[in-house]
Design a protein around this ligand. Sequence first.
Ligand SMILES: [Ca+2]
Ligand SMILES: [Ca+2]
Length: 128
Amino acid sequence: MIGVRGRFTRLVAAAALGLGLVALPVAAPSAQAASPCILSVTQVIGYSQYRVEVGCGNLGSVVSFKVYGSDTFFDDFQFTINWSWGNVPKTWCNEDIGDRDELYAKVTYQRSNGTTGTSTTDILYGWF
Ligand SMILES: [Ca+2]
Ligand SMILES: [Ca+2]
């Protein structure tokens, strides 16, 4: 149950948000900061496969990643790669048959000190 105080806080937050939008007429709608991990899908020349790869830059080395297709109602899991890259049949990346595909990856990486972390890449748009 939401008390009066909770309701008030929400109203104030909503008002602050509104003011913030009005007070920043020049700033472009702030896009979410780009993920440090990047998903790429490239052709494997001579094969009906894509090379699917994730890099996390200075964050660490990629241990594994799970690829999902972003969709309106729920995001469907596509496949797992237990490495920083792997070759997969092209059809695995075609998450929307006859439509544009929106792929992203949930990544597990290892830092230089041996600890692991997780990150999610930005969506990669394409016609796979
Ligand atoms: Ca989709
Ligand atoms: Ca497609």
